[in-house]
Design a protein around this ligand. Structure first.
Ligand SMILES: Cc1cc2nc3c(=O)[nH]c(=O)nc-3n(C[C@H](O)[C@H](O)[C@H](O)COP(=O)(O)OP(=O)(O)OC[C@H]3O[C@@H](n4cnc5c(N)ncnc54)[C@H](O)[C@@H]3O)c2cc1C
Length: 526
């Protein structure tokens, strides 16, 4: 087939682009390095943790981080149809109107809240909410929780006892408050962009989807992107297209692919022997991520999720999900949380992700026994990191400095978040079920220095890497406000990498919004 477009990466953004372009009559080739999303642990919302570390995830590891006690940041990413939307915790959050207004004010003309809201609404099919802020018939299914764990409910009650307002809709007129998250699920199953957007066009003859295809570089001829080079089953191949190449490989792979293709800091590329097509200093700069730190507490009774994935209990949950699409396996685990303005600026600066179990991370096994984890995370980090190439070989891992906790203000935000989490832990609804706090410590009062030590030793990713191919109106930005790569024609980047700053919340819905808008730009350009 002759293709109009090649999309690199079938993740959150790539599947949205494929849907919109095919529906508009374009012939599209969608290339994905990983396998399909067809796996029971991908479909069952509560099982996603089991997918991390398999062939369906990438494990990116940063250089040791000096401001995080020399620890590496491990940042798993989705590697299958649907990308991150097939691996994520499905929390549906758009961010704050002021996030997008600040994009606009920083030079991203056309990206203020009133510009992006129609794309959020067009994408969405909300099970519960309607009105000017919500969509009812978009491809992306957004649902109310079908299962509410008692520990999640106890957090929501305790947070209100600690003085925070209840908020039934974090994507409504007000983000602040606590409650249960809506999730990108439908009928008790994960609603990734592969299961929604892509599934709707999968049989369209204008679309070709190829999995197990590792793109090595974009082919640039006379200043124009004309196709891509990739390996499939060990064979090196090339394919060309008539119109734009769309790069949607995610915030860690997209800058890598640009640099491998000769688009990036000219001197660095030259040193690696890569011919330079565009000297773009911003490629790989401006890396940002949301970090969180857990406050752990032991429960009096064995009521957490621990052990629910074993033996007869696992069988019972599996059968219930299989037959009725109800029960614990429909849970996105991160069921409850909220947004708090801890500094009194009028905008929440901390988000809580609450898990009804003691969670570990790539570095550490979970603490033993039953308990819960209250994870405050900062919403607008000031720290920045970088992504660059170690070598011109596409098979080599990137050189990745996460910049974790580099700016003291980010640490201070987490310290305030931890203090508030500890206060919520001691409010009656949780005090009733909690035996004692495990970390940062059981004492009623801890000094800021003690809490900061906990932050530096335990802060970890919320899996929201972004910013490495920054969009902007200025000449140093990597892409312009229509997501076109500066210096090379026929090439756009569309994924979380173009975000100039992180939105205040989870990044899947904002990435989908970006892709909705990118499809508009591509079609308008015709
Ligand atoms: C474990 C986890 C939990 C998360 N939880 C939430 C949550 O609850 N709510 C939320 O809103 N967000 C969450 N996120 C974040 C959200 O999912 C991401 O921000 C979003 O998926 C990013 O989309 P993207 O299109 O930028 O990249 P991705 O979705 O990562 O897509 C990139 C795709 O490109 C492919 N690719 C990469 N390199 C190549 C190559 N060389 N050749 C071919 N293909 C390639 C990848 O395999 C991948 O499929 C979570 C993420 C993770 C990993």
């Amino acid at each position: 087939m002759n293709f109009d477009h090649i999309i690199i990466g079938a993740g959150s953004a790539g599947c949205v682009l494929a849907h919109r372009l095919v529906r508009a009559g374009r012939r599209v080739l969608l290339l994905e390095a990983g396998p399909t999303h067809e796996h029971p642990f991908v479909r069952m919302p509560a099982a996603f943790v089991r997918v991390i570390g398999t062939e369906r995830s990438w494990d990116y590891a940063s250089e040791p981080q000096p401001h995080a006690n020399g620890r590496r940041m491990h940042v798993p990413q989705g590697r299958m149809l649907g990308g991150g939307s097939s691996l994520n915790a499905m929390v549906y959050i758009r961010g704050q109107a002021a996030d997008y207004d600040s994009w606009r004010d920083a030079g991203c003309t056309g990206w203020g809240w009133s510009d992006v809201l129609p794309a959020f609404v067009r994408a969405e099919s909300n099970e519960r909410y309607a009105g000017p802020l919500h969509g009812r018939d978009g491809p992306l299914q957004v649902s109310e929780p079908r299962f509410r764990h008692p520990l999640s409910a106890a957090f929501v009650a305790a947070a209100q006892q600690a003085g925070l307002p209840a908020n039934p809709d974090f994507n409504g007129t007000e983000q602040a408050g606590v409650g249960f998250y809506q999730s990108t699920t439908f009928r008790g199953e994960r609603g990734s962009t592969a299961a929604t957007y892509l599934a709707a066009v999968r049989r369209d003859e204008r679309l070709a989807v190829r999995t197990g295809v590792h793109v090595r570089r974009i082919l640039v001829e006379a200043g124009r992107a004309v196709g891509v080079e990739f390996t499939e089953a060990g064979q090196l191949q090339q394919v060309r297209c008539a119109q734009d190449v769309l790069l949607s490989a995610g915030a860690l792979a997209s800058p890598q692919l640009l640099m491998l293709s000769g688009i990036g800091p000219g001197e660095d590329l030259h040193k690696l022997g890569i011919p330079v097509h565009a000297d773009s200093q911003g490629v790989g700069q401006n890396y940002q991520d949301h970090l969180e730190v857990s406050v752990y507490a032991r429960t009096r009774r064995p009521i957490s999720l621990l052990g629910q994935d074993q033996g007869l209990r696992a069988l019972r949950h599996g059968l219930q999900w299989q037959l009725l699409r109800s029960g614990l396996l429909t849970s996105n685990v991160v069921e409850s949380g909220g947004f708090v303005d801890t500094l009194g600026t009028g905008r929440p600066d901390v988000q809580f992700h609450v898990l009804p179990v003691l969670v570990g991370d790539v570095e550490r096994e979970p603490l033993p026994g039953h308990g819960l984890s209250i994870n405050p995370c900062f919403l607008r980090p000031q720290s920045r990191g970088t992504v660059s190439l170690r070598s011109p070989d596409p098979a080599h891992p990137i050189l990745f400095d996460a910049g974790a906790l580099r700016v003291q203000a980010d640490v201070d935000t987490l310290v305030r978040g931890v203090k508030l989490a500890r206060r919520i832990l001691r409010a009656p609804a949780l005090a009733e079920v909690v035996e004692h706090e495990l970390l940062p410590g059981a004492e009623a009062t801890l000094s800021d220095a003690q809490i900061e030590a906990h932050v530096r030793s335990h802060a970890k990713t919320v899996y929201h890497p972004a910013g490495t191919c920054r969009m902007g109106g200025d000449a140093t930005s990597v892409v312009d406000t229509h997501l076109r790569v500066r210096g090379v024609a026929g090439l756009r980047v569309c994924d979380a990498s173009v975000m100039p700053t992180l939105p205040s919340g989870n990044t899947n819905a904002p990435t989908i919004m970006l892709a909705e808008r990118c499809a508009e730009f591509v079609l308008q350009a015709a």
